[in-house]
Design a protein around this ligand. Sequence first.
Ligand SMILES: Cc1cc2nc3c(=O)[nH]c(=O)nc-3n(C[C@H](O)[C@H](O)[C@H](O)COP(=O)(O)OP(=O)(O)OC[C@H]3O[C@@H](n4cnc5c(N)ncnc54)[C@H](O)[C@@H]3O)c2cc1C
Length: 481
Amino acid sequence: MDKTLPSTLLWFRQDLRVNDNPALSAALAAGHPVIAVYIAESSPTVGRFNPHAHTPHVTGGASRWWLHHSLQALTRDLAALNVPLIIRQGSPQDIIPALVSESRATAVYWNRLYEPFATMRDAPIKSGLKASGIDTQSFNAQLLVEPFAVATKAGSPFKVFTRFWEAARAIIDVGPPAPVPRKQTGPLPALSGLALDDLRLLPTRPNWAKSFEPVWQPGEAGANAALDLFLENGLSHYAAERDRPDRASTSRLSPHLHFGEIGPRQIWRAIGARSPDRNSDKLLAELGWREFAHHLLHHFPTLPEKSLRPEFDHFPWEEDPAAFKAWCHGQTGYPIVDAGMRELWTTGWMHNRVRMVVASFLVKHLMVPWQMGAEWFWDTLVDADLANNAASWQWVAGSGADAAPYFRIFNPILQGEKFDPNGDYVRRFVPELRELPDSLIHKPWTAEHPPKDYPPPIIDHGAARARALSAFAALPKPARE
Ligand SMILES: Cc1cc2nc3c(=O)[nH]c(=O)nc-3n(C[C@H](O)[C@H](O)[C@H](O)COP(=O)(O)OP(=O)(O)OC[C@H]3O[C@@H](n4cnc5c(N)ncnc54)[C@H](O)[C@@H]3O)c2cc1C
C-alpha cells in the first residue's frame, strides 16, 4: 500500500448505480485512486414491524432485503471499474473523517439527499471536511429539480402540485448523462470493512422475503431491465391502464428510484427521446409527484409525523388494534383491500390505485390514524420512501398539501368493480375467492353460499362512510391560507 498516494473517497447513499452517477464520474475524473464507501446507520435488528420505523435511520424490513441485494449488485458493478466498496456501520460523522485519515484522502464526493435528517447530518460533515482542507463536493443524482430550486412568487414552498409542476418543468434541464465511468488502474489504499452479511439485512427465521425473489431484480441492471420492459410493453397504454392493478400497466421502477439504481434524469431522457404524447406526459407527471413529495418533505420536515392541516389534530382517530390487524393481514372482508394488503406482504409492493383504496379504507372507514398505516407501509414496502410515503398518506387522508378532500370516500366495492372488472387481481392474491363469479368477486358476502374461509366485512361501508363524514363535519374550520 502506498500511504502517500492521495485518494478520493466516494460516499454512496441512495445512488446505488455506476451509470449517470455524477459523484462517481467526477471522482474518477479527478485522477486519484477512488475508494467507495457505504455506511449502514440502521440498527442490525431485522424486524418486520417497528413502531419507530419511520425514523429515517431505521430502514424498514422489506427495504433492508432490497438494500442487501442492491449493495451486492453495486459491489459487483464497482469491482468491474476496479473501485472497492468498503462497508462500515455507525455514524457517518465519525466514519467519514476516520476513512479520510486512513486512506489519506484529499477529496470526498457524494450525491446529495434532501430529507431533513440527511441535510442536517451532511452539512456539518461537509463544513468539517472543508475546514480541514479536503476537496468536498456534492452533486444532484436524485431529483429533476432540487427542492430549493423552485418557489412561489412570494418565495415560499409550493403546496399545490399543478403550480409546483408548472414551475419545475420550466427549469428542468436533464442535460447529457454523466460521462461513462472508466475502469481505474493502479494501486489502491487497503481499507478494512465489514462483509455485507455482517449488516444482517436479510430476514432469516422466518425468511418472509422468499416470495420477493421471483418478483424483483434489485440493482442497476434490474432497474434498466424494468425501464426497457416498460418502454416496450407499458408506456404505449400507460395513460389508459395505469389505474388497473390486474394489468402490468406501470413501470415498477419505484424501488429502483428510491435506492438510486436509476435516476429520474435517465428515465426522462428515455421517455423524452420518444415523441411526446399523453402516455409520456402522464409518466413524467408521476415523476413530478415524486419531485413534489421531496419538495414538501424538505420544506415541511414534520410531514412524516404531523398532519400538514392542523385541524386534523382534532380528528377523533381510533387506534382500533383488532381492525388495524385485520387491515395489515388482508382480512377486512373487502376483496380489493385484502388483495392489496396481501400483494404488499407477498411482493413488497402494491399497485398505486390499490394503495389509495387501502389507505382510504384505513383512515376513513376505520378512522385509524394515517401515521399507523404509513408505518406499516414503511416496514413492508420495498420502495418505502419517506417523502413519497408521507406525502401520499397525507394526500389520501385529506390532511396534506393539495390533498384529496376528506369527504371523498372510496367505495371499496365500486373501486374493485371499476379497476379490477374481472376480479383477476383479487383472484391472484385472495385464493379463497377464486371460485366466485366475476359479478360477486368484489362483494362475496352477497353470494348465496359465501366462502367459509373468507371473513365477512369488518365494517359496513354505508355506516362507516356516514361515521367518517360526521367526524369530518365536526372538525374546526381551517384558517384561510
Ligand atoms: C398511501 C400511499 C403510499 C405510498 N408510498 C410510497 C412509497 O413509500 N414510495 C414510493 O415510491 N411511492 C409511494 N407511493 C406512490 C405510488 O403508489 C408508487 O410510487 C407507485 O405505485 C410505484 O409504482 P410504479 O413504479 O410502477 O409507478 P409508475 O406509475 O410507473 O410511476 C413512475 C414513478 O413515479 C413515481 N410516482 C408514481 N406515483 C407517485 C405518487 N403518487 N407519489 C410520488 N411518486 C410517484 C414513482 O417513483 C414511480 O416509480 C404511495 C402511494 C400511496 C397512495
